[in-house]
Ligand binder design. Sequence first.
Ligand SMILES: NC(=O)c1ccc[n+]([C@@H]2O[C@H](COP(=O)([O-])OP(=O)(O)OC[C@H]3O[C@@H](n4cnc5c(N)ncnc54)[C@H](OP(=O)(O)O)[C@@H]3O)[C@@H](O)[C@H]2O)c1
Length: 281
Amino acid sequence: MQNILIIGADSTIGAHLKKHCDAHGKTVYGTTRHANRCTETTFFLDLLNPDAFHIPYHITIDTVVFCAAMSTIKECEENKEKSYQINVTSPITLATYLKNRFNPFMIFLSSNAVFNGSKPFCLETEPPCPINYYGQCKVETEKKLAKITNKLTILRMTKVLHPDHALIKKWIHDLKNGEKIYPFTDLMLAPISLDMVSTAIEKLSALKKSGIFHLSGKQDITYAELAKMIGKKINVNESLIIQTQDIEPNIKIYNSLATHNTQKILSLLSQHHENVFSDLF
Ligand SMILES: NC(=O)c1ccc[n+]([C@@H]2O[C@H](COP(=O)([O-])OP(=O)(O)OC[C@H]3O[C@@H](n4cnc5c(N)ncnc54)[C@H](OP(=O)(O)O)[C@@H]3O)[C@@H](O)[C@H]2O)c1
């Protein structure tokens, strides 16, 4: 029997993972920062006050998945002190507590933002080179966690697409109301689905294989291409989709990651964007 603790069970990935693990017969515990959502298996945790975190004495944990985070580049850039607390200091405090109490296998959800996006398919072995504060915090936490435990997987992911994704919902809403949208032609995504993420985490927690793993879509597509697919799917006039350049001419920002360990050890192949897209509707 595996006992999994999801730090941040209300997060998009954490909530999906909880359902996935429940369905696969695991014992799942979680954390929430909403006191009214606490139960016998869901414990209160505010990452701004991690010292107050406590797990009842009768409980045992063998895998911890770190999902809670300040998870947008913009919010991290605008709130550096708070994001450092939530994305670096508190996960390290928690990891230290959990290591001393349970010595569990830990899975830290990281991001392609540890790289600078100047080329596609960065390798697991490449040195990180983040260009934003969110990515810098991920790199720092990856390194600090590795000093606390060797029972650690760093799972770096590209963009996770799902029907509740804020940008997708806004595009669909605007297009259906006859409003124009302005997707970028130079910003790319290599999307993956929530099912893919939960499957990979479940496999990692079963195998307890330490190291760096990447999850990525099979290829980069532009946000403009994604918008066109959505426009076609909901049958709106293509003239509402105004392709826009975000950066300087001839520069593209890539999202994809090489997935050698994931393919070899987890036997998971990268997803084609059309398969991820079909889950959105
Ligand atoms: N989604 C992606 O495309 C993607 C890609 C690469 C990596 N990742 C990483 O994967 C992880 C999960 O991503 P996600 O998209 O599922 O995140 P998400 O939906 O944005 O959820 C973030 C969670 O963190 C919680 N949180 C924020 N501040 C907190 C605090 N002070 N104390 C306790 N909890 C706090 C939020 O709580 P509330 O629910 O109460 O607001 C929320 O549940 C993150 O580490 C993210 O960086 C995500």
